[in-house]
Design a protein around this ligand. Structure first.
Ligand SMILES: [Fe+2]
Length: 489
């Protein structure tokens, strides 16, 4: 009896250990970013639980007047009191995925050559940066699919608490002729997901297309939307932790080569510009949290990447260098900044890629609504907008792809080679902002619904083809445009 009791106690104690969260886990998976022929940045975060909290209460939603008051007052206690039901902490809220101290280790190798695996040492995640950690991997081989394995453990312990596997692909060199496909998305948030358990349907659809890469053009989340209004750094992080714990998002980003860009709502608020604050968060901190903490980091927030002989992409940064939207328009007013603009002009001219893609958070051609004051298609940035449009007219192989606008469109300015493809919001409930009946002469396509943009580069006979297809959120093609060039050897 005595033995039995002891055994029972041991079994209970043992299973109790297993039931208790051993952590830390990879509740946000892993992300990659800034991939080029030879390097990539891998990002991860340690969490106390493997999944987000599905059971907690929902946030209280202050009305517009109260939101304004909380923003202006910038008082942390008031911000929490107005949004957290009494008696609950942030970690107990529905969607919470709190971070946890711990150490991480990474192994990577080419899919076809696992023998050449390279292993990092154990490193603690940075509790000051939301329990995240980033590795920059260099010396990679172009045109190669890599496998990444990461493991976690408690600080100073040896037992592995979690392990996940991911992958990314390096772009082929400039001389390589190859078919490719890629996807471009924008504008989604947790409240407006179209699968309440899994996230946004577009991710599961895009994943089945095995894109060589994805570009997210920003507005990945919305700090300034209720549930909660992210008026503190802690609330901002809460929103990142929650959206990247969604199964569709987590599964997709773990496995697909990605370029993350940011827009206004990822920095502070709608149409954000230097000098602004949102609640307790400054403009500078808003940039830093995105650029240096929550997403894979690069020295510069813009980059061009060659994807084989026939494609080169330019990822344009639209927030860091901009003037205030309220400044007088003229030669000194800018969105891209002088340096970035010159870099774009020079590298576009230098590139011998068959097709060149300028990928930008905000539109350059539009059309956009008359009252907007944030992008190159708006009157308040007409000076620089016109300069860029004039410059781009010399090319017949440059295409603009943009996010930001919550509707899908294709614009071709009549009589020019200027084309712009707006990928549209990430769910139907997020779409809006334009009247479906307001079709302008420059519109080749207009659809005020959610979805994504897919590009396919393929070779046929003597031609190189670039096909742009707009998809709805269920994976149906709703429009396509095809461009072909002679294959120049
Ligand atoms: Fe947006």
């Amino acid at each position: 009896m005595k033995h039995f009791t002891l055994l029972t106690i041991l079994i209970i104690a043992f299973s109790g250990c297993n039931l208790q969260s051993p952590g830390p886990f990879f509740g946000n998976g892993l992300h990659n970013g800034w991939v080029d022929q030879n390097s990539v940045v891998i990002w991860t975060r340690l969490t106390g639980e493997p999944e987000m909290n599905r059971a907690g209460p929902k946030f209280l939603e202050p009305d517009a007047e109260n939101h304004r008051r909380l923003d202006k007052g910038a008082n942390i206690d008031s911000i929490y009191m107005a949004q957290l039901p009494s008696g609950f902490s942030l970690d107990e809220m529905e969607g919470a995925c709190p971070g946890m101290e711990g150490e991480v280790k990474l192994v990577y190798y080419p899919l076809k050559d696992p023998e050449t695996r390279i292993e990092s040492g154990w490193t603690p995640v940075d509790a000051q940066k939301n329990f995240t950690y980033q590795w920059k991997l260099t010396g990679l081989t172009p045109g190669t699919k890599y496998v990444v394995e990461i493991e976690s453990k408690k600080p100073g312990k040896s037992k592995i608490s979690d392990k996940i596997t991911g992958s990314f692909r390096t772009p082929p060199d400039a001389g390589v002729v190859t078919d490719l496909n890629f996807c471009i998305v924008t504008c989604h948030d947790y409240p407006r997901r179209d699968d309440s358990i899994n996230g946004h349907k577009i991710y599961s659809i895009m994943q089945q297309m095995f894109p060589d890469f994805l570009v997210h053009t920003g507005d990945v989340e919305y700090y300034d939307k209720a549930g909660p209004f992210a008026l503190t750094e802690e609330l901002m992080r809460f929103k990142w932790d929650r959206i990247f714990a969604l199964p569709y998002q987590r599964d997709f980003y773990r496995q697909v080569t990605t370029y993350f860009m940011k827009d206004d709502h990822d920095v502070l608020r709608d149409d954000a510009y230097p000098g602004m604050r949102y609640g307790t968060v400054s403009w500078e901190r808003g940039l830093e949290i995105f650029d240096k903490e929550q997403f894979p980091s690069n020295d510069l927030p813009y980059k061009t990447i060659r994807w084989g002989k026939d494609l080169q992409i330019w990822l344009m940064e639209g927030r860091n260098y901009r003037s205030k939207n309220t400044d007088q328009d003229g030669p000194d007013k800018t969105i891209w900044g002088k340096e970035q603009k010159e870099w774009l002009y020079n590298t576009l001219l230098k590139s011998d890629a068959t097709f060149k893609l300028i990928i930008t958070p905000g539109p350059i051609l539009g059309p956009d609504r008359e009252n907007k004051k944030d992008n190159y298609s708006n009157k308040v940035f007409a000076y620089e907008g016109n300069e860029i449009r004039e410059y781009l007219k010399q090319f017949d192989n440059v295409f603009i792809c943009n996010g930001d606008r919550h509707w899908q469109y294709v614009t071709n300015i009549p009589g020019t080679t200027l084309w712009e493809f707006s990928c549209g919001a990430g769910s139907d409930v997020h779409a809006g902002g334009w009247d479906q009946n307001d079709l302008r002469p420059e519109h080749r396509f207009l659809r005020v619904k959610g979805g994504f943009l897919k590009g396919s580069l393929y070779h046929s006979d003597e031609k190189v083809n670039l096909k742009f297809q707009h998809f709805d959120v269920d994976g149906n093609v709703v429009h396509e445009e095809l461009f072909s060039k002679d294959h120049l050897n």
